[in-house]
Write a protein that binds this ligand. Structure first.
Ligand code: AMP
Ligand code: ZN
Length: 477
């Protein structure tokens, strides 16, 4: 049975859906003012793996991922700053385009990246700008019920009125201190109140009529409005990156539960961040990567996918080029294995018939059932590869067993989502042998011989790149 770590209860819980056999799942999508980076990809890939595994288990999943095309302010990340410019409007001004042009352009680019990464498209990608009436309805309801107040054309959620405030992030009012990073808004009653609606200035580009005057919605309210519009008042699962826990998801709970008077989400699933070379990605540090930067270095989106799967979503992951090289090798290993299995001849007889699939399926499922442990699930696959390759090399694998293993592979690869092409390694056997000899020389610290072998390999038209633990990557020169 699948167990998921629930950020709300801080423990792994057996997954149960509200309606038997059906799952409603919402993922916070991109703010479409720039290209998505490989950290964002980690968040979307995690939701994809969860969805694929639910389908593997037999659930029918309805997956909604929003497009934030209004309301995400540049200072929103600073807790409840509720200040700064709209990220999309700011980009529109600097590029002399309309906010709509900016939003559509980056929405398209986001979808292209998801497609390249083989992330299943959400069943629907609602745009915030198309759901302002739904947001106004929830805000009006919150005011009516006494959870929100309007002042000078702004509307804020009064956090002191919701006694469960802080239950997701631990940032209860008692724990929250008015820190230096919190910018106080003159119209707020309490510093931790957050904006539901903000008054628009004359120059403001994206604005709507509302009962409180011309303005625009806050960022958090859009996810409450769009998730419940398409999935009902209570969602089975809500996903996002760890930075979304506070204030964004805490605010979503406050708004939704006060308005519907029902529990908003049963399972909160958050991925930890992807770091690059041990640091937070930033343009100024030069460690900020998009998928196209990975592709430019000669790697594929498929290899990137395998790399991301090789780390558990709840552990902080560190991206390095070395790990990327390892993922390339591993993917090649999988592709060679598939192609070996397919080339088993019908007249091949086996001395012993081994029911691989049964044992390996159990191990695969128990890894995935344990809070989507993809690195463990991959290690099960690598064990299967080693075992079958050994039998293939001894000419002992028969066609029927090979076909059963292939069927099992196709089944689990619906979860991994790797795209397997039938290309076999183009590295000839003599080069592979020299590389293995060199590895042995390096293990015995015979560096003179290892240098000699490197030269030989290069003379034959190949480059050998050293990886961790004496592993290596071979490329054509
Ligand atoms: P944003 O467009 O900033 O709202 O981010 C989109 C999604 O990516 C959110 O779920 C974030 O929590 C997630 N995210 C942002 N940065 C990272 C990162 N470095 N690693 C993993 N997830 C991230
Ligand atoms: Zn959201």
């Amino acid at each position: 049975m699948l167990s998921l770590y629930n950020t709300l209860t801080k423990k792994k819980e057996p997954f149960k859906s509200i309606n038997p056999g059906k799952v409603g799942m919402y993922s916070c999508g991109p703010t479409v003012y720039d290209y998505i980076h490989i950290g964002n990809i980690r968040a979307y890939l995690n939701a994809d793996i969860l969805r694929r595994y639910l389908v593997y288990l037999g659930y029918e999943v309805r997956h909604i991922k929003n497009i934030t095309d209004v309301g995400h302010l540049t200072e929103d990340d600073i807790a409840q700053g509720d200040s700064g410019d709209d990220k999309i409007a700011k980009k529109a001004l600097s590029e002399k385009k309309t906010p709509e042009e900016i939003a559509r352009f980056y929405e398209e680019k986001f979808k292209e990246v998801e497609k390249e990464m083989n992330i299943l498209p959400a069943h629907y990608f609602p745009r915030a700008t198309a759901h302002v009436p739904q947001m106004i309805k929830i805000i009006s309801d919150l005011i009516e019920k006494g959870y929100a107040y309007s002042k000078n054309g702004n509307v804020f959620f009064d956090v002191t009125k919701f006694e469960d405030y802080g239950k997701l992030s631990g940032n209860t009012l008692a724990n929250l201190k008015v820190g230096a990073r919190l910018e106080e808004h003159p119209d707020k009653k309490n510093p931790w109140d957050f904006a539901l609606w903000l008054k628009a200035s004359k120059e403001h580009l994206m604005k709507w009529e509302s009962p409180w005057g011309i303005g625009y919605p806050g960022w958090h309210i859009e996810c409450s409005a769009m998730s419940t519009e398409y999935l009902g008042d209570t969602l089975d699962i809500h996903t996002g990156g760890e930075d979304n826990i506070f204030p964004h998801h805490e605010a979503e709970i406050a708004q939704s539960e006060c308005s519907s008077e029902k529990k908003f989400v049963n399972f909160w699933v958050h991925n930890r961040h992807l770091l690059v070379d041990g640091k937070k990605m930033s343009k100024s540090k030069g460690n900020f990567y998009l998928l196209k930067d990975i592709l430019k270095k000669g790697y594929t989106a498929n290899e990137m996918r395998l790399l991301l799967l090789s780390s558990h979503y709840r552990s902080q992951m560190n991206f390095t080029w070395e790990a990327m090289g390892q993922a390339k090798n591993n993917l090649q290993k999988i592709m060679d294995w598939v192609s070996n299995l397919k080339s088993i001849k019908a007249d091949q007889v086996s001395e012993e018939k081994i029911d691989f699939s049964h044992i390996y399926q159990k191990r695969f499922e128990s890894a995935m059932d344990d809070d989507l442990n993809t690195p463990l699930a991959l290690s099960v696959l690598y064990d299967l590869i080693s075992e079958t390759n050994k039998i293939i090399s001894e000419n002992k694998l028969d066609k029927e067993t090979a076909e059963n293993i292939l069927k099992f592979w196709e089944k689990i690869n619906k979860v991994f989502g790797l795209i397997i092409t039938e290309e076999k390694t183009e590295i000839p056997a003599n080069i592979l042998m020299l590389a293995e000899e060199r590895k042995q020389a390096r293990i015995s610290e015979n560096f003179a011989e290892s240098d000699e072998l490197r030269k030989k390999i290069e003379e034959l038209g190949y480059i050998i790149e050293d990886l961790k633990d004496n592993n290596y990557l071979l490329k054509i020169k």
